[in-house]
Design a protein around this ligand. Structure first.
Ligand SMILES: Cc1ncc(COP(=O)(O)O)c(C=O)c1O
Length: 386
């Protein structure tokens, strides 16, 4: 129960909704008081780049929800992800991560850290635990995962991988944005830290960009003192306040995303113009059993592939939709549609795109909180036009 957790209302004048602490610094009664605050800068309100009560309340709720000791909120998912990764590696270390990782996370590891920090990287599929064991080197310090993974929604066996990592003295991080800490408790499966883009389901209203790292106190406090304070990627008080608002309805929203998501996935799977649906909640997902064993629920983000590769027909399908708005991101109240080909075709021709083995007909949808019948009618109408 996180709805009231961490709010300590009588410290905020009894306000049923905590106030927004819109201030850069905190003042002290005397020398001794500020001196005492400096003895624990991670846990005291001194300067808003370090701590702010409007952010701390949301951090407490997130840590509780994930079963972690501590959480630190950042200005975006990428700020949280890059800080958590930098905490785990130094120049000359080696990271194992997924080929199908969220693009900017992959670029950060496989380009930025590799080229600027001389960090070794091994990319894996992640479905086969033995493949991970084989990739371990003496200098491996981090296994960075995302389950389900972006775009293709494959699952990694988090308990087994965390066991192997621990036995080899390697830290583990999971991007848990898809499942949320409500549906997947990675820390209870032995993972060291989980990261989220709170811009997705945790925020849920498409009105806040934020990120969080959750884990044991010693890990998070070290990140708070170094990567967080020094790089300065702090969350604004108003955005912390918005996340507290969002967390009050997370479980209701996720129930609806899940039931709408399942209905849409089943509809698409049964449609003759759809070749495949990638959604871990479907029994036809190749890793459905593993997904069910480590997640308590499924959400509303999935991809599917149309039979057609005719770009004009695919564009027509996307453009005729009414409720599914065209846009990046996902996890908000509104249904969204995005085709990976939109990004790729900016860099290559359709012919070159086909040669990569990817299909023009792959579409990603984020199923929102609308009436499921409206969403299915919208998709049925658009599919009938292909
Ligand atoms: C799986 C995943 N992780 C992380 C991020 C990055 O989060 P943010 O956009 O909040 O920086 C995204 C954003 O799309 C994402 O899809």
């Amino acid at each position: 129960m996180i709805n009231h957790f961490g709010e300590e209302r009588f410290e905020h004048g009894g306000a049923v909704v905590p106030p927004i602490y819109q201030n850069t610094l905190f003042t002290f009664e005397n020398w001794d008081h500020i001196d005492k605050a400096f003895s624990d800068p991670i846990n005291n309100n001194i300067y808003t780049r370090g701590n702010n009560p409007s952010v701390t309340i949301a951090e407490k709720k997130l840590a509780k929800l994930a079963g972690g000791e501590r959480a630190k909120l950042f200005s975006s998912g990428m700020a949280a992800i890059s800080a958590a990764i930098m905490y785990c590696v130094k120049s000359g270390d080696h990271i194992i991560t997924l080929k199908n990782l969220y693009g900017p996370s992959l670029n950060f590891i496989n380009e930025y850290l590799k080229n600027k920090w001389n960090v070794g990287v091994t990319l894996i599929n992640g479905e086969d635990v033995e493949e991970i064991e084989k990739a371990i080197r003496p200098n491996t310090t981090l296994i960075y995962l995302e389950s389900p993974s972006s775009a293709v929604f494959t699952i990694q066996d988090l308990s087994k991988i965390s066991e192997i990592a621990r036995a080899n003295g390697i830290k583990t991080i999971v991007d848990n944005s898809w499942a949320t800490p409500l549906f997947q408790k990675t820390l209870l499966m032995g993972i060291d830290m989980e990261v989220h883009s709170c811009s997705k389901y945790i925020g849920g209203h498409s009105d806040v960009v934020a990120g969080v790292v959750i884990g044991k106190k010693d890990h998070i406090e070290s990140i708070a003192l170094n990567e967080y304070l020094l790089f300065g990627g702090k969350l604004a008080p108003f955005e912390g306040w918005l996340l507290t608002r969002s967390l009050r309805t997370l479980s209701m929203r996720m129930d609806r995303h899940q039931s709408n998501g399942m209905m849409v996935a089943k509809f698409l799977e049964s449609h003759p113009k759809v070749k495949t649906v990638r959604y871990p909640g479907l029994e036809s997902h190749p890793q459905h059993k593993l997904a069910k064993s480590q997640m308590k629920g499924f959400t509303g983000l999935m991809s599917f592939e149309l039979h057609t590769e005719d770009l004009d027909k695919i564009k027509g399908f996307v453009n005729v939709l009414n409720y599914f708005k065209i846009g990046v991101s996902w996890g908000g109240h509104e249904s969204l549609i995005y085709a990976p080909a939109i990004s790729y075709l900016r860099e290559m021709t359709s012919e070159a795109f086909k040669e990569t083995g990817l299909s023009l007909g792959v579409i990603r949808i984020s199923v929102g909180l609308e009436d499921s019948k409206d969403l299915i009618d919208d998709l049925a109408n658009a599919l009938s036009k292909i």
